[in-house]
Design a protein around this ligand. Structure first.
Ligand code: F6P
Length: 324
């Protein structure tokens, strides 16, 4: 009798809330389809090192609601080199791994594509708070991060309006302005600074002064970490320009990556985890699961890595209109 089909699963890059829900869905769907599951620890770094452990149904119990990733993660430099990828494939073969499911962001999908080009059966699942992955409306973790940002900015607004201040708030997102623009809408910012649409300190100052003149009690400015202007410098310069409000600033930082996943992220992660295993059952690979409309579909990894996701500029302009 042929050995059972064995699938490996790893999480890679920045952790995102909902990754555990995806791991759980992968493991339980694979077991339901009579497969073995191997958990790869520490992302691609663990794949190169052969840090493997078998995963059963009980091993993924009680993790659905937990942030972070129980498989741990890394940003592996070694795996980016062909020699590292070759060693990883050797370790997979030694462990009898027939396929690999990679849960992670843009860089992780690049790694997944590289493996698939070398003959490995790979399925990617997009997980990143940045929502910068082409081919899916939204990645696992983004919704939770947006809710975390919303909660933080709501709190900052309380103190901002009590003291009649302008608050500059920095969001994560690496080279993407997605989180900042969405935060601008859901938190009622005057203006957002994003990498995709550079603006000057003077333009920010005009927006803040305008808010003051319109009788606002405070102003919220969201600065994406990749906007090109450091939040500390921006806050200082706006303060010096005397725009009506005194300024303060807060860098939200890694708080945005933590916490229990929202209902939306748990559902998305569960659906994508199930779909990823179903792909392997059907003999499909070299694909990423992506949310298209209301359904989870398969998108070729080749397309995912060769396209850049763009921020919808309609949302960017909406921030200003809604701040009247
Ligand atoms: O990709 C997720 C992310 O949180 C980005 O928004 C941010 O630029 C980066 O990771 C930070 O990475 P690290 O935790 O390695 O400092």
């Amino acid at each position: 009798m042929a050995d059972k089909f064995t699938v490996g699963v790893l999480t890679s890059g920045g952790d995102a809330p909902g990754m555990n829900a995806a791991i759980r869905a992968v493991v339980r769907t694979a077991l339901a389809n009579n497969m073995n599951v191997i958990g790869v620890m520490h992302g691609y770094e663990g794949l190169v090192n052969g840090e493997f452990r078998p995963l059963g149904a009980r091993d993924v119990g009680g993790i659905l609601q937990r942030g972070g990733t129980v498989l741990l993660t890394s940003r592996s430099k070694r795996f980016m080199e062909p020699a590292g990828q070759r060693d990883a494939i050797r370790k997979m073969n030694e462990a009898g791994m027939d396929a690999l499911i990679v849960i992670g962001g843009e860089g992780s999908m690049n790694g997944a594509y590289a493996l698939s080009q070398k003959g490995v059966k790979v399925i990617g699942i997009p997980g990143s708070i940045d929502n910068d992955i082409w081919g899916t409306n939204i990645a696992i973790g983004t919704d939770t991060a947006m809710n975390t940002i919303m909660d933080a900015v709501d709190k900052l607004r309380d103190t901002a309006s009590s003291h009649q201040r302008a608050f500059l708030i920095e969001t994560m997102g690496r080279n993407s302005g997605y989180l900042a623009v969405m935060a601008g809408i859901i938190c009622g910012a005057e203006i957002t600074l994003i990498p995709e649409h550079p603006i000057t300190v003077d333009e920010v100052a005009v927006a803040v002064e305008d808010a003051y003149q319109r009788g606002k009690t405070h102003a919220i400015i969201i600065n994406a970490e990749g906007s090109g202007i450091r939040t500390t410098e921006l806050a200082q310069r706006i303060d010096e320009m005397d725009v009506g409000f005194k300024t303060r600033m807060t860098i939200l930082g890694h708080i945005q990556r933590g916490g229990s996943p929202t209902a939306y992220d748990r559902l998305l992660a569960s659906r994508m985890g199930v779909k990823a295993v179903e792909a392997l059952v059907e003999g499909t690979h070299g694909m990423m699961t992506g949310l298209k409309g209301k359904g989870v579909d398969f998108i070729p990894l080749a397309d995912v890595i060769s396209n850049k996701r763009k921020v919808n500029m309609e949302y960017y302009h909406m921030v200003k209109v809604l701040s009247r």
